[in-house]
Design a protein around this ligand. Structure first.
Ligand SMILES: *Cc1c(COP(=O)(O)O)cnc(C)c1O
Length: 362
């Protein structure tokens, strides 16, 4: 009796995993890549050379050591971490989201987030055996306060995620509504994670406000800052709380090469800040150009991406791609996103190409 590999898979792999699809990364070779909120600027050549020399000296025969603590210290200064708070590192925020799930897996534990939102909150909750409850945003992509408060009352979530600003809608939600949600979660003994992945492009942050709320964590990443390839996220909050979550972190989760590259980038934060400022200007230029296109609706953005609604999203997506520009066709993600594309802000030249291609693709 022979056992096939298909039999083995059916016997060993979780049923829900067998029926799920792998996270799809769109092929992008030869295209202008405006689909993944990456910083379009490479390091200037002299900084590339300096970084190369730094990385060459990293003792890669050793497990990551004291440099990791130096990076935590540098991030605390960079982020202006409030007194009494501490931060832990993740291999990207993606890993932090998963570690939060692991740390909070108690029977019946629930994770709550507005939808449409960042897909990994739900994916990680499901893979770790937690319940996920999504609460639809309003049609204008603001929080539905009544629905959120009712869900918090009903579900008593262990974790409530608020992306600030939100992906894929790019907006910052009303602060008074957020404050009432934070209070409601606090009364239910839950935690709130404010996900500030887009902090370099946002006009507001929760970092200092966090200090007044022992149940609020602020999560950030260097990905949208300009180091998506480096994979470095950090989670900030009250020391005693962060210490508990840090217990489930694999001891060497951040590589010494990643840490050295991140330290190097923080030493040159001025250069990355300059890039972010340029992208914010380009965002404003794109917003007005989109708004002038007949049939196109553009939504407010505090991130390095813009959500637009077009008459026919599939046609526009295909037309853009045929003209060499890759964006994200986001409409299939949620009914509220009908007709929507999510467009990452690129270099001025890339954005010019995008605008011409979009006009020709509507
Ligand atoms: C991109 C993104 C992240 C993940 O960032 P990584 O650090 O690259 O894993 C987390 N949250 C939101 C809302 C994002 O858009």
């Amino acid at each position: 009796m022979t056992v096939t590999l298909a039999d083995r898979i059916a016997h060993t792999i979780r049923n829900d995993v067998q029926s799920m699809h792998a996270y799809a990364v769109q092929p992008s070779a030869g295209l202008i890549k405006l689909d993944a909120m990456e910083n379009p600027f490479e390091l200037p050549p002299e900084l590339q050379r300096e970084l190369g020399a730094r990385l060459a000296r990293v003792p890669i025969n050793r497990y990551p050591g004291a440099r990791i603590d130096e990076l935590r210290g540098a991030l605390a200064v960079f982020a202006e971490l409030p007194a009494g708070c501490s931060l832990m590192l993740g291999n990207g925020s993606d890993e932090l989201i998963d570690l939060l799930s692991v740390a909070c897996t108690k029977p019946q534990a629930t994770i709550l987030a507005p939808l449409p939102g960042f897909v990994l909150y739900e994916l990680s909750a499901r893979l770790r055996g937690l319940r996920f409850v999504g609460v639809p945003l309003r049609a204008d992509f603001e929080l539905d306060e009544a629905a959120m408060l009712a869900a918090i009352e009903r579900e008593r979530p262990a974790l409530t995620y608020l992306a600030y600003p939100n992906n894929p809608t790019a907006n910052l939600w009303d602060d008074a509504v957020i404050a009432r949600i934070v209070d409601a979660v606090g009364r239910q003994q839950g935690l709130v994670v404010i996900d500030e992945a887009y902090q370099p492009f946002s006009s507001r942050t929760w970092m200092q406000r966090m200090a007044a709320h022992e149940h609020v964590l602020v999560m950030r990443t260097l990905s949208k800052f300009g180091l998506a390839g480096v994979r470095l996220g950090y989670l900030c909050g009250r020391e005693a709380l962060v210490q508990e979550i840090d217990k489930v972190r694999p001891p060497y989760n951040v590589s010494s090469l990643n840490a050295e590259a991140a330290l190097f980038a923080l030493e040159h934060a001025y250069e990355f800040g300059r890039q972010a400022a340029l992208l914010r200007d380009e965002r404003a230029r794109l917003q007005s150009a989109f708004a002038a296109m007949p049939g196109v609706t553009t939504f407010p953005s505090e991130a390095n991406m813009i959500l637009v609604r077009v008459p026919d999203a599939q046609r526009a997506f295909d037309g853009l791609k045929a003209r060499g520009v890759l964006v994200k066709h986001i409409a299939p993600l949620h009914p509220l996103l009908a007709g929507c594309l999510r467009i990452t802000v690129g270099t001025p030249q890339e954005n010019d190409t995008l605008l011409d291609a979009l006009r020709a693709s509507l």
